[in-house]
Design a binder for this molecule. Sequence first.
Ligand code: BEZ
Ligand code: FE
Length: 251
Amino acid sequence: MNRAETVVSAMLDAIRGVIVEHDVTYEEYAIAKQWLMDVGEAGEWPLFLDVFVETTVERNAFRGRAGSAGTILGPYHLPDAPVLDAPFELPRRPDEQGEPLTLSGRVTDAEGTPLAGAVLDVWHADAEGFYSGFHPDLPPGIFRGKVIADAEGRYEVNTILPAPYTIPHEGPTGAMVAACEWHPWRPAHIHLIVDAPGHEPLITQLFFEGSDYLDGDVAGAVKEDLVVRPVGGRVEYDFALAPAEVPLAAA
Ligand code: BEZ
Ligand code: FE
């Protein structure tokens, strides 16, 4: 059996098993079929998969990897955020609301050796829970930028504390969440991709102690190691990167 046949057969067997176990009716089958088409028509497959499936892929793919904990990327990363100038501050509007927050720490390899010039691509929602590039009220580029670590691997970036937010819930994904009587919230978080030559990029998020929905993230992406406690508006967090996986051809 090739890989596609192995995985697809297992998936179909799992679905058939659920139908039998739960006596799924023809009417329910028709509703599910229409819902699957609606998700596609609404362009919500990336959203649905990142909310309900990505965390399992991430936890499985990086199980046992050296270095700091990662978590899901989600659908709101924009790869072309600018490299900012020191002293680093994420772009904001002149009248930006929100509690000031300074995030700092060190980027090292998995053995603790500093990684000079490491790049931290940082993005997060505003104090109302909206992302620039995805919400019409925010000018492009707000709360997005790349920060560079110094010669000792130290980084520091000024921003604000983002708010918890709901995943979009007016479409078919939200209809499923409502039908299951779940909530659509994610706890407040800051996204980062930390990268340095010769190392695996670390895709991660930092969450805040005491934040609403920390124990009930709809995307299931919270890990204990990623929960930080701001003290006096400051958070210290060190990132350790795993060595790059050697491609088989070069081994
Ligand atoms: C996020 O982390 O921004 C996110 C993740 C999954 C779905 C929606 C948003
Ligand atoms: Fe997010």
